[in-house]
Design a protein around this ligand. Sequence first.
Ligand SMILES: *Cc1c(COP(=O)(O)O)cnc(C)c1O
Length: 481
Amino acid sequence: MDATEFRKRGKEMVDYIADYIETIHKRPVYPDVEPGYLRCLIPESAPQEPESFEDVFKDIEKIIMPGVTHWNSPYFFAYFPVAHSFPALLADILSGGIGCMGFSWAASPACTELETVMLDWLGKMINLPEEFLAGRDGEGGGVIQGSASEATLVSLLAARTKTVRRFQLENPELTESDIMGRLVAYASDMAHCSVERAALIGGVKMKNIPSDDKFTARGSALQKAVDEDKAAGLIPFFFCATLGTTACCSFDKLLELGPICNKENIWLHIDAAYAGSSFICPEFRYLLNGVEYANSLNFNPHKWLLINFDCSAMWVKKRSDLIGAFKLDPLYLQHNHQESGTFHWQIPLGRRFRSLKMWFVFRMYGVKGLQEHIRQHVKLSHEFEQLVLQDERFEICSEVMLGLVCFRLKGSNELNEELLKNINDTKKIHLVPCQLREKFVLRFAICSRTVESNHVQLAWQLITKLATGLLKAWEQKDIKN
Ligand SMILES: *Cc1c(COP(=O)(O)O)cnc(C)c1O
């Protein structure tokens, strides 16, 4: 393909994507395929001779689309949203077009510098304390990670290094492995599974802090665990607080947890993967109160801020904590510029020009446009909550804070499992469940950029119709028994 053909095909591809988005509500949100469906549709090996664009293009609808779960359909209410917008898509094309690697300043100065400035912009949008911003000569700063999981791992590893060094200074007789074997990290029992994985990868113990009846981790529970572990000779070093848990969007009590972490020399990392985007609205910013106690903070603009995957924003108060943990200086990466690159802040070496997506989206939506998007989602979740509350066969299972509603039929877990299966079998809407204590619960997450009241109303009609049928069938089963 030469540049002339690229011009033509590029325009066709843009048209195809625009058509896809405009008509996405007409596709079944969940695919009707069995595992392994794709392998039998394509050749066993790559072609020896080149094929034409037309050949490849016509296979998109034939082979790919039948197996796509349409995350951006307005009938998609599963997991959490994955962000999607036209400005971000355009920026992604440009990023691919430039095709640079941004691991050091010299490797692509614009890539490194725009990222630093965009993270400052975003930090100001959520009113982060000055200490987290890079500014012109600050000690903090932000970086784009690929995912919240990476951000948690990076912060855990930085905390590990910092703690080991501190203990070795105080106790020169201790070896690194003596100290490592005694380290213990904490997170609420509602934390995302990636937190536990970070501890596994980091080779340290991780303990769950039992959450309270609102699914919130409290200071007293953390203090108790820390006291017990210190008495047993362990070294508490890391706590991951969750703002907006994946299961039910509950919030750990930062204002209680933060002072304990500071007093005990425990690195406080905040995982606000989903909820973080809402902090750009002044009315939701209180949910971040206590961030001043944290060492690091992360959220995913690729979830709720209209910036296509991947774009996970992470800030630290002291860049030197990260750089100190990961810095190596092989000759092939050295250059004459003072400004060090951001690869010392992450696991991979290579980095894409992801900040272009932020720059395009922030400028073309403006903070006001993004606030409107968040508010629309929160409004719709409360609309759904009201529908649930008006039907006394159902119950709400946790407080609706942002764009997620946890609900279920009053009754057994088996009943609710069957309801969810019946809902998803229609392929008209898509939901996933969660476990809240002993209860099997349905999650209704407002996801798509284009979702409106009528989609939520249609979803509720479908859910109640299926519930009515299901309850009738269960009654008859009971009579027979
Ligand atoms: C979605 C989510 C994650 C995982 O995000 P990735 O970017 O996919 O790693 C972590 N924590 C919470 C609270 C989440 O909701």
